[in-house]
Design a protein around this ligand. Structure first.
Ligand code: HEM
Length: 123
């Protein structure tokens, strides 16, 4: 449940990023909005990692979501660095990749097949 909310918030924050990127390219206040949305993505990525750890211990859930959350936080830090360095050729595709990854993970946690859970016998 908590992991679902964390991944849903992360996906929502990543959906907002290209919208504010469009504003950054087209309006004077857009840069500030994109920065705010970038640090929103960072905040939810940290919350996602904290949630994945708590779901594992003391929650008793699988540890695998911690790996996904940690990789995601690493990609978020790389994305922020690339944005500040204005490396658009990597920054834009990485943003698209992160959104895709988040949607896939949302599907996984939402359908009750969290990454790392044992597959039922015979599958
Ligand atoms: C598909 C999604 C995204 C697109 C299309 C996009 C696009 C852009 C563009 C065009 C710039 C301006 C670069 C320049 O000034 O040359 C930028 C800057 C930036 N982006 Fe993104 N971005 C996306 C997602 C993200 C995400 C997810 C984050 C953070 C997690 C992020 C963080 C930043 C930062 C920190 C800057 C620098 C802002 C500044 O200089 O004040 N972006 N982005």
């Amino acid at each position: 449940m908590f992991l679902r909310v964390a991944v849903a918030l992360q996906t929502l924050a990543l959906f907002a990023a290209p919208i504010t990127a469009g504003l950054l390219l087209s309006s004077p206040g857009g840069r500030l909005l994109h920065s705010i949305s970038a640090y929103g993505v960072f905040t939810v990525a940290v919350l996602h990692l904290a949630t994945a750890i708590l779901v594992w211990r003391p929650g008793g859930g699988p540890p695998r979501p911690i790996l996904y959350a940690a990789v995601f936080l690493g990609l978020t830090l790389a994305q922020i660095a690339l944005g500040i360095a204005q490396v658009k050729t990597l920054h834009v595709p990485l943003g698209v990749l992160m959104f895709g990854m988040s949607v896939l993970q949302l599907g996984r946690v939402w359908t009750g097949h969290p990454a790392g859970a044992a597959a039922p016998a015979g599958r």
